[in-house]
Design a protein around this ligand. Structure first.
Ligand code: HAM
Length: 408
């Protein structure tokens, strides 16, 4: 019979990969909670409208990549990201009444119908943080610090933080107009995507991957607009203050004026953290400020900033970590005694197994050397004297002790 295979763009996370996944999850809890963030778990599907209004209907995510389905006349969508869902929950649960800042963190699967390639899947996982209620750049600095320190806690130090400011809606409109003015003469030569973005979302022209488009955008008159400082005085002040905090904190960053991000809700600060070891899908983290989203989704006017990291991309940087061995493997020809001792050890929080298949003593010993740090041997002598022999499987040293003195 034909076997059923895993769906394109999805993958099993197998037991041998779990050491790395548990590490990413444990460190997220440890580091984010150190900064006062609390975990939130929101549903995996939401009303389609949440993403259309939240992420923005000019984005690729909403236009091309959503897993949308109908149930009882409702249009539902598997979440392509989690900022919109967390904002929905923030509003619905009246979290604006809590004392600011409200810091939330999350982990879980996201779904985007993208063309799968290395580092890009249709189901992937994110860990992320959202901080609500602070408009000052101290929040921007703290959020970037949380991201960098989380990555450091995983041993990932040689990553690049790219930083940009998209300004506020007012200064951005002026920039968009100037950008369109210089690009308009080349409109017919742009790729299909850029032609449709030109009116709808001209900032996204800047991160087009097509070399033909990039050649056009590198023309001096276009570069002059891109590289010129378009942001207004207030936005520039916010950005400068953020940069000074990062300098004081010793966080290195690079200004990338082409960094515009693929979601519509951002204003002012945007950032990505990239690795040189990941090929074309090199961003492990993306984030930024989204001061209008809570209001646009029907809540009180609340500034906010956050980020999310792709866990599969992190896992591929972390590589294979050795599976942890269990603490003990109980060896005996007396199944009932082995079963009892194993349960006794488990009740003392020792990870432990015994041979369920009644194999020969030597086979049990071979198994113990593969899976456990200690073999706990219950031979005939030990049983008759109420003793056990504990063998350290790494050093080979063993000693026989009273059973009630056994501690692992
Ligand atoms: P994003 O840049 O779309 O931002 O995604 C964040 C990270 O998720 C990316 O840097 C990447 O590591 C990972 N990622 C995205 N798409 C895929 C994919 N198809 N396969 C594997 N990994 C992927 C957001 O999602 C925003 N919600 C971040 C945010 C939070 N902004 C403010 N708060």
């Amino acid at each position: 019979m034909a076997i059923i295979k895993v769906q394109k763009g999805t993958k099993d996370i197998l037991p041998q990969e779990m050491t790395v996944w548990h590490l990413m999850e444990e460190k997220a809890k440890e580091i984010f909670e150190k900064y006062g963030a609390k975990e939130i778990r929101t549903p995996i599907f939401e009303a389609t409208e949440l993403f259309a209004r939240g992420v923005g209907d000019t984005t690729d995510i909403v236009n091309k990549e959503m897993y949308t389905f109908e149930k009882s006349d409702r249009s539902l969508t598997l979440r392509p990201e989690n900022t919109a869902g967390v904002v929905r929950s923030f509003i619905e649960n009246g979290m604006h009444r809590l004392s600011a800042p409200v810091k939330l963190w999350y982990k879980g699967p996201m779904f985007r119908y993208e063309r799968p390639q290395a580092g890009r899947q249709r189901q992937f996982h994110q860990v992320g943080v959202e901080v609500f209620g602070i408009k000052q750049p101290t929040a921007d600095a703290e959020v970037i610090l949380m991201a960098v320190n989380y990555l450091k806690s995983l041993g990932l130090n040689d990553l690049t933080v790219e930083l940009n400011s998209l300004g506020c809606p007012k200064c951005r409109e002026e920039f968009k107009t100037r950008l369109k003015d210089v690009i308009r003469p080349y409109l017919a030569q742009l790729c299909e995507d850029c032609q449709s973005r030109f009116e709808k979302n001209p900032l996204r022209l800047l991160d087009c991957k097509s070399t033909e488009c990039q050649e056009i955008y590198s023309k001096p008159e276009i570069q002059a607009v891109i590289q010129g400082d378009f942001i207004c005085e207030e936005c520039a002040e916010h950005f400068n203050e953020l940069k000074s905090y990062l300098d004081i904190l010793g966080i290195k960053y690079e200004r990338n004026k082409l960094l515009v991000r693929g979601l519509d809700y951002y204003n002012r600060t945007v950032f990505e953290i990239k690795s040189n070891n990941l090929g074309s899908q090199n961003a492990v983290c993306g984030g930024g400020r989204y001061d209008s989203l809570v209001k646009n989704l029907g809540g009180e006017d609340t500034p906010a900033i956050g980020f999310a990291m792709g866990m599969e991309r992190l896992a591929s940087l972390l590589g294979e970590k050795q599976e942890k061995k269990m603490t003990a493997y109980v060896i005996s020809n007396n199944t009932v005694e082995a079963m009892k001792l194993t349960e006794e050890l488990r009740s003392k929080n020792v990870t432990c197994e015994f041979d369920l298949a009644n194999k020969k003593f030597v086979k049990q010993l071979e198994k113990a050397s593969k899976v456990a740090k200690y073999a706990v041997i219950l031979g005939e002598d030990e049983l008759s004297q109420d003793k056990v022999t504990v063998k350290n499987m790494e050093t080979g040293i063993q000693e026989t002790i009273k059973r009630n003195e056994l501690k692992l």
